[in-house]
Design a protein around this ligand. Sequence first.
Ligand code: GLU
Length: 475
Amino acid sequence: MPDQKTAKEGLKFRESVDRMVDHAIEIMNLDDGIGEALKSCASVLQVSFPVEIDGKPEIFTGWRATHSEHRLPSKGGIRFAPVVDQDEVEALAALMTYKCAIVDVPFGGSKGGLVLDPTKYKRHQLEAITRRFARELIGKGFLSPAQNVPAPDMGTGPREMGWIADTYRQLFPDDINCMAAITGKPVEHGGIRGRNEATGRGIQYAVRELFRHPEEVERAGLRGGLDGKRVIVQGLGNVGYHVAHFLTTEDGARVTGVIERDGAVLNPDGLNVDAVRSHIRETGGVKDFPGATFEPDGSAVLEHDCDILIPAALEGVIHENNAPRVKANLIVEGANGPVTYEADSILQDRGIPVMPDAYCNAGGVTVSYFEWLRNLNHVRFGRVEKRFHEARGNQIIRAIEEATDTTVPASLRSQIAKGADEFDLVRSGLDDTMRLAFQEILSARERYEGARDYRMAAFIVAIEKIARSYRDIGY
Ligand code: GLU
């Protein structure tokens, strides 16, 4: 993951998102002021609080922006990063609004950020900071199961979500739905199986869906399936790792480059993603990873030849300066906002399709939705019906065997008689969500002549749904 933001000179992130929305509204010919309503951020909270670090108070500053409340709760992650500000949090909250609408998750959009480099603090210090931030958010009405439900984002994960959930529970022990105040929790503490890898898994499902449409594959100047396709991934964090792992181990793709903070590693025959990840964990970077070429200028590798480029680290890494040199056939936005507004139109003119963040990284919030439902239902998916379906499957096998006087092969037998568990159901729900959303995006592109690309079509899908809800129930 690169240390620096490379698009600082260009439009601010929030302006970039607003321009995309303006463009979509223009294409849709919406002139009833809905655009202004859509772009405004409903509320933003800024907090500063002291926490004792090594015997001295240190002041931490954070934000939580609620972009929309047409559906409640508002939803979106909390990031801990050394560089984060209100503009970024508002832009990310807006993206959450569109993201939820695209994948039909009935939530508004929100996002939080705390200026903090998690690598600089010990575990107990991080716990104290996280719990204090949670108390600030709860106290100001920016965290509750009904109104605003955070989740992991950059620099946070199940551990932090567990601390936040516990803080909420301690403050509201009478709230029977307290576990639904936050998603992305550890599975042993009210989380759902499959949430941790959900964003990466969702990207895999999105890419698979594109490859089910030969005309879309051709648009990207590619042929055939995912097997053997060359993939470059920027950032081997939770999102980048999982998508790279699944594409290589399940779809036969080759990860020919991994870009990290300290540079990039390259191997045209394909890297072992799990081995690269272990190397990063052990040494702090990709340098000296055996059997690969090291390139100290990681961002230069964004311009290397490959079939699929997946920027899964920071925003603004593909900007107007490097977009003319990008050689990938297809860009898949794993991170939020990795391609700037200016870069987007350059790539469009060059005929390089971009699968937009608001669609393809929506797997995280989709499975967060399932987790929230699980918490409200107080039962894990599949618990009630799993054995029933197994028994029904066995009856079907017996019926087939009796009627045909043959034996059902063991491989089929286990598939027919399998009752779905939580993992299976989460995956199936996510797969269905990603497929349907892609089909809706293609249909919007058909319906609107000006929507040449996936991003515009995806924004149109979102705006149609949000505008409908605004018109029905007011703003
Ligand atoms: N932080 C993730 C995102 O940007 C997940 C949000 C959520 O699950 O609420 O989509």
